[in-house]
Design a protein around this ligand. Structure first.
Ligand SMILES: Cc1ncc(COP(=O)(O)O)c(C=O)c1O
Length: 461
């Protein structure tokens, strides 16, 4: 400790300081300074006391980027994205990104798509649905009708952020329950729930639970017919958090996007298959008229006047630059290559898991590189035990029960990402085999309350 006061402090090694033999600073800012390399190492080491990002198959979120993109992220972290007047190029880049995404989602050329980048899909979904609520309310006001009971229709296959929107913005939820074997929604599920107070229908392109896709086309066609019969126009918001950067590259003909008349807004998580690190989503409106002009705030205190539609205010430009880099660097061809490789690895993993005889596939890996399996037989261990035990080999693979009405089904979900290569798949398969054999010999029972905390799917995005 005394050595710290020594003039030769700079010559001291990184390890060996008082912080290496006493608890780290944790409840007040330390009084004394420490060397930069010491502080860096202390924090760096602490990061290693947790899951390995490369072995984390629980998350959809990107865990690897090219070094050039990382450099741009460091550069971008100096620029507050909100300071449009000082940094006008950021706004230009954001607009380009929204336009590129609108084109990717087949927005008609005759319209003027608009949108914003957000912290993630949750913010994008909340802002998108808010816009639909305002449009619905305005129409009702203009028609002299009451506007106190808005409702929204979606399936139990949605991510929690949909319920968050409804709760925070006082909108009734009309939820379509799942049934064993049917984990998505279609027109027949939606139609009986529609009424004059429905602000929008939600459809998911790549559900969090199974990676499947709601039947957006059938819902769209039914809504066209519904409008003819009732005069009510009900928009669809598509949550393409995971599917938005996958389907355009593997199934360009598959219609789920702005090609469908009633799809008026789409969100996507750039930090999923847009291939940037955590902290970015996008909300794209099919046309600027889909965003009521009363919603964006005009602000003038940063110099100049600018329009802002967001829940948050200041944020770094890191992800924005990284996403723009990926679009330029990879192009559509590059995304196509990456997504194809990822799908192939997902299919390989899925096939080998089925061939092992231990698993049954819950849904096939048709739309997204997500492998969802359940144990085929009653074993002396559960999927929760397997998930927990695989952590000993470093793998993070969540086990969770499906939404209401199918909650007796417990699955294991593996999200295959670009850095999960064939070699990783083989190692995982070996570890699964080894772990199952061990559990058969030495059954481990995890207490029920522990199961919930380690596997809650809403905590895993
Ligand atoms: C379908 C879906 N929607 C929304 C979200 C929330 O996304 P974010 O974490 O970007 O807010 C997720 C997260 O996985 C998701 O899978």
């Amino acid at each position: 400790m005394e050595n710290k006061k020594n003039n030769n402090n700079l010559l001291l090694p990184v390890y060996g300081s008082k912080w290496d033999i006493h608890p780290e600073p944790n409840n007040k800012i330390p009084q004394n300074s420490m060397r930069s390399d010491e502080a860096y190492q202390m924090i760096y080491d602490e990061m290693n006391l947790q899951g390995n990002t490369n072995l984390n198959l629980a998350t959809f979120v990107t865990t690897w980027m090219e070094p050039a993109a990382e450099k741009l992220m460091t550069l971008g972290s100096r620029y507050n994205l909100i300071d449009e007047d000082e940094y006008p190029r950021l706004k230009t880049i954001e607009d380009r990104i929204i336009k590129m995404e609108a084109e990717l989602f087949n927005a008609p050329k005759t319209l003027k798509p608009t949108g914003v980048t957000t912290v993630g899909s949750s913010e994008a979904i909340i802002l998108g649905l808010l816009a639909h609520k305002w449009t619905w309310r305005k129409k009702r006001q203009e028609a002299g009708l009451d506007y106190y009971k808005p409702n929204i229709i979606f399936g139990a296959d949605v991510h929690t952020c949909w319920e968050k929107f409804a709760r925070y913005f006082d909108v009734e939820i009309k939820i379509i329950p799942m049934k064993p074997g049917k984990y998505t929604i279609d027109a027949n599920d939606v139609k009986p729930l529609l009424d004059e107070n429905t602000i929008a229908v939600g459809a998911i392109v790549g559900t969090t639970f199974t990676g499947q896709v709601d039947d957006v086309k059938s819902i769209n066609d039914m809504l066209i017919q519904y409008e003819k019969e009732t005069g009510r126009y009900i928009p669809i918001h598509v949550d393409a958090a995971s599917g938005g950067f996958v389907l355009p590259f593997i199934m360009p003909e598959f219609e789920w996007d702005f090609r469908l008349e009633h799809v008026r807004s789409i969100n996507v998580s750039n930090h999923k298959f847009g291939l940037v690190y955590a902290g970015m989503g996008s909300l794209v409106f099919k046309d600027h008229s889909d965003l009521p002009q009363e919603l964006p705030f005009e602000i003038n205190y940063l110099g100049g006047t600018m329009s802002n539609y967001s829940l948050n205010f200041s944020k770094s430009s890191s992800n924005l630059l990284a996403q723009y880099y990926n679009f330029l660097r990879y192009g559509k061809d590059g995304y196509h290559h990456i997504v194809n490789a990822v799908m192939q690895n997902a299919h390989y993993l899925e096939k080998r898991l089925i061939d092992s005889g231990y698993f049954e596939i819950l849904t096939d890996t048709k739309f997204l590189p997500i492998v969802v399996v359940k144990l085929k037989n009653e074993y002396t261990f559960t999927a929760y035990d397997l998930s927990m035990s695989l952590k000993e080999s470093g793998w993070i693979i969540p086990a969770y029960s499906l939404p209401k009405n199918s909650e007796e089904i417990v699955v294991l979900r593996m999200v295959v990402k670009e850095n999960f290569t064939h070699t990783f798949a083989q190692k995982l398969l070996t570890d699964i085999d080894k772990t199952i054999k061990y559990l058969m010999r030495e059954p481990v029972k995890i207490k029920k309350d522990v199961k919930v905390s380690i596997t809650k799917p809403h905590g895993v995005c």
